[in-house]
Design a protein around this ligand. Sequence first.
Ligand code: ASP
Length: 351
Amino acid sequence: MNRVVIILCCFLMSGFLLASCDVPVSEGQHTKYVMVIHGGAGTINKESMTPEKEQAYKEALTEALQAGYDQIKEGRASLDAVQSAINVMENSPLFNAGKGAVFTHDGKNELDASIMDGATLKAGAVAGVTNLKNPINAARAVMDKSEHVMMVGRGAEIFAAANGCDTVPPSYFFTQERWDQLQRMISQEETGHAAFNDIDPKSSSISGVSGKDKKFGTVGAVALDKSGNLAAGTSTGGMTNKKYGRVGDAPIIGAGTYCNNATAGISSTGWGEFYIREVAANRLSSLMELKGLSVDDAARQVIDEIGKMGGNGGIIALDKAGNVAMEFNTPGMYRGMIDENGKVSIFIYKE
Ligand code: ASP
């Protein structure tokens, strides 16, 4: 009798498995995403974008997602996926991170990055570094190879170089478009034609982002690996024309980056001062943990609150079930996601 029941169960189960393989995923069925990225939020309009530029962004975002996905597919940790995706964007001049970093008022490039592991709540960050090719790798080194969470300036550079991170001469970060963007901002500031958040809207052609957004273009990634672990990271050149060693939210754990397997992995982009005051990334996680909000509702609330404070930008998040949130209160945000089957979706404007 027992044997009959077991055979019957096996028969029914194999039928179910076969059926579930054959049935295409129908609408409304849950799609599990394994990675979400952003390449900055801002006044990204169709009018200031050429088809070629749009295509270049789409290709770079796809390459970043693919690099992260390959790590996950091979069974590596979400931290590796985050690092790989961010490395692709850091190596592209299109984004305000790594190679394409914006200039400070003094004509330098000072880069910030952070990374966090949702399984252990370990984190690493660097700020104000000038000769590290991939600041996210330095953040990872701080997390993995030191007893600290954050290192800045020369100390961070020495530590990162000693721990195998690639160094470059500061001139590596020179791009003509970013340089011209700085010159325009300085002259507008000098002639009194520009306030902090009011720069000639035509001043940037590099990204289709108006000059109003001198602080946008950061990159970030969140990944979910096969073991169910989340990781998040953010990398930036900060804000064009920044002065006095200004540091934004990107390297601040809890503001620019936060990750907790119990809730979500989060990366921010936008007007950093507001994200620091909102403790944006941690707030999103706390809204999920303490108020039971979905990742989507929590992201929307954080962006609403930032808007009410007078700030703007975007935020991406991925929860442990593979649900994605991509919220922003600017006209656009470069963003994309990839699901567990490798299907890529890229968006730029408000859809
Ligand atoms: N949040 C960054 C900062 O304030 C800038 C950005 O997201 O593009 O430094």
